[in-house]
Design a protein around this ligand. Structure first.
Ligand code: FES
Length: 683
């Protein structure tokens, strides 16, 4: 007589390690569900979707305490065999809904069969996003109408979803009801339903329908709306993979370069806000078309969009006049995370039933982009105190750890992005992005975007012949000024030392001030005194914002610094510190996070739970208003020096020698250079 164990074989699932005994004949999918193993299914075990694929393992498994013979699973049945013949099944794979347990067995659930797949973030090597999107697909068979059971098609569909998927409390809008009858009949009472689970995960909303089993996949688009650029990433919501990315200049630029000039435009023109809203929505639709074309999918497959942006971008996208954000008390119309139809905000290059989620804004001056950076970097889970700086026209600064988080924004202006800089340009082939200056000879060498060689390497001229050397990118200007300081070309006050004209032709007079020549070619590329001033103003605003938060937190140093923003990714941490953009920190603890706001938008797209998480975190973030803080001005003045008037930067000084020569005499004082060559060594 068979013993109990033979009748109830042991099933071990890997990689989860979950195990249990089940009666002979239990489908693997059912066993997985009973144990809470993450095994996907859209068709509910009908052998249609192939999402439930598993890999059984046979042999001795001392670790699991079992031996699995090749009869531990039932023979291939008709459904499985037909599936293999028609669609193909990889060697060694079975359909979990068809294969039944007949003996002790180890079953591997491959990554692509897991619902909550781990999606590796390319921007941070060891970080993953758990895939759990808001919109999911379910296949159901609906009872046909019956004279004796006078229920509506919608009632029977909702009933089927409840019986077959245990989904209760579903709702459907009129637009779904309008399409329901022909779709049910076309699919012969079989239908694939897309359900969007909003803030209340238990209550789903039917957002789309396809007749029969929908073979395709569904996509989501994550948007980061910056004042200068709009970026979009298209992800497959089944796999979490980013399938296309694209960016456009924000067309609102024609109404004003920076945020305040756009608010002024709106104040002065009755139609202003509407024009800017139309412009950004047009760009969004164009980008959706671009990413869909890149991925070779129809825009109708895009079922969800997430958006992040600063408060003014956020309001303009939603069609809200940002006028209240132009001055104190900077009242948001609404700052919470919101869910609505894409069509409600004129986003139409999607499925007609696409849903939108906007991340919450932190305050009237700290937006959903800062919330997205927090979500991407998760300082709220860390012990160490992290300072996150999202460098842009308006810098967002976040400081804190799991106990307390503070945030502010600081008006850095567009200088870091190359605007207001005489030879500044956007990061494009031909733009200088790296530079080193010999402290003794004051001779520069540099690298341009699009060429791996340094300017003093053989072959550089040939390699750059096509692009030319066209200007200085944002990261280049930071390095240039930091290197000028390390080489003592500028003093602590940022004054270009005119006294050096006797030592090098690189420094030359322009009116009453001096400039430093980096490259003399078809285009003459130099850093002028005005350029240094513009960067000093920008970096002083950034530093003062950081210092304000540190004062509030009652700390003198931070454990880690993260430079975020598309441009932040290219900044050299050492040079940022020499310039005094950021406070002193061990250089190995300063890292670039790339476009963290965009990553935050992508996380919110791929994982619904993260939406509630960031909404919760944002409620507790303490907002600091830089414009109202009297100490901001004092910090700003001290931070105009390079790196700082009084902050000693002890960690920086262990790796870089800052010349401590006296400040230059004021221009026109008659005091000239000494003609002495100063030797400066750097670690
Ligand atoms: Fe759909 Fe197995 S659950 S094929």
């Amino acid at each position: 007589m068979p013993d109990g164990n033979t009748l109830h074989p042991l099933v071990v699932f890997t990689p989860s390690g979950k195990r249990g005994r089940f009666p002979v004949g239990t489908p693997v999918l059912q066993a997985a569900r009973a144990l809470g193993v993450d095994l996907d299914s859209v068709c509910g075990g009908r052998g249609i979707c192939s999402r439930c694929q598993i890999t059984p393992a046979f042999g001795d498994f001392p670790k699991h305490g079992l031996t699995a013979t090749d009869s531990a699973l039932s023979e291939w049945n008709r459904v499985e065999a037909r599936y293999k013949e028609k669609r193909g099944l990889r060697e060694g794979r079975r359909l979990g809904c068809q294969a039944q347990v007949t003996g002790d067995i180890v079953i591997d659930v491959p990554a692509e069969s897991q619902v909550h797949k781990q999606v590796v973030r390319k921007d941070a090597d060891d970080r993953v996003i758990e895939l759990d999107p808001s919109t999911k697909l379910f296949y159901v068979e609906v009872r046909e109408p019956d004279m004796h059971d006078p229920s509506s098609d919608l009632e029977r569909l909702i009933g089927a979803l409840s019986e077959q998927w245990m989904l209760d409390d579903l709702v459907a809008d009129l637009r779904i009801v309008q399409r329901l009858q022909p779709i049910l009949r076309e699919g012969k009472w079989c239908v694939t339903v897309a359900i969007h689970f909003g803030r209340n995960a238990a209550r789903g909303r039917i957002v789309s329908l396809w007749p029969g089993y929908y073979e395709g996949t569904i996509y989501g688009a994550a948007f980061d709306i910056g004042s200068t650029t709009v970026a979009c990433h298209l992800s497959d919501l089944r796999t979490g993979r980013t399938v296309a990315s694209s960016g456009l200049m924000n067309p609102q630029i024609r109404f004003g370069e920076d945020l305040m000039s756009r608010v002024s435009y709106s104040m002065m023109n009755p139609e202003g806000a509407g024009q800017m809203t139309d412009a950004v929505r047009e760009a969004i639709n164009a980008l959706l078309g671009q990413v869909a074309a890149q991925a070779m999918v129809p825009v109708e497959d895009i079922l969800e969009c997430t958006f992040v942006g600063n408060p003014i971008m956020h309001h303009l996208l939603l069609g809200i006049d940002p006028v209240e954000l132009g001055g104190a008390p900077f009242a948001l119309s609404a700052g919470e995370g919101m869910v609505f139809w894409a069509a409600e905000i004129g986003v139409t290059a999607t499925h007609p039933d696409a849903r939108v989620y906007t991340l919450p804004c932190i305050a009237g001056h700290v937006g959903a982009d800062a919330a997205a950076v927090i979500l991407a970097e998760e300082p709220y889970n860390a012990e160490e105190i992290t300072l996150i700086v999202d460098v842009g026209t308006n810098a967002e600064i976040v400081l804190g750890n799991r106990d307390r988080l503070l945030a502010c924004s600081s008006p850095t202006g567009p200088a870091f992005e190359g605007a207001q800089i005489s030879c500044g340009q956007r990061a494009a082939p031909g733009a200088i992005e790296r530079i080193r200056i010999d402290p003794e000879t004051k001779e520069p060498r540099f690298k341009v975007i699009g060429c791996e060689l340094w300017s003093d390497d053989p072959g550089f001229a040939k390699a750059t012949a096509e692009t030319g050397i066209t200007g200085i990118a944002g990261s280049g200007i930071i390095e240039a000024i930091a290197e000028m300081r390390l080489a003592d070309v500028i003093d602590i006050d940022g004054v270009v030392r005119g006294s050096l004209t006797t030592e090098t032709d690189r420094i030359y007079a322009e009116g009453r001030t001096f400039s430093y020549l980096i490259h003399d070619g078809a285009q003459r590329i130099a850093v002028t005194q005005n350029d240094v001033r513009a960067i000093q103003l920008a970096k002083a605003a950034l530093y003062a914002g950081c210092q304000l938060l540190m004062d509030e937190m009652g700390i003198e140093a931070v454990d880690r610094i993260t430079l975020a923003g598309a441009f932040g990714a290219h900044i050299s941490p050492l040079h940022a510190m020499v310039l005094g953009m950021i406070p002193d920190c061990a250089v190995e603890n300063v890292r670039s996070a790339g476009n963290a706001a965009g990553t935050g938008a992508r996380i919110a797209l791929l994982n619904a739970g993260k939406r509630s998480e960031i909404e919760r975190v944002v409620r507790d973030v303490e907002k600091i208003e830089t414009a109202l803080a009297p100490r901001f001005q004092d910090h700003f003045v001290g931070a105009m020096a390079v790196p700082h008037k009084s902050a000693p930067y002890p960690r920086l000084r262990t790796i870089a020698r800052l010349p401590d020569t006296p400040p230059s005499p004021p221009p026109g004082s008659g005091e000239g250079g000494t003609g002495r060559r100063r030797r400066r060594a750097r670690a």
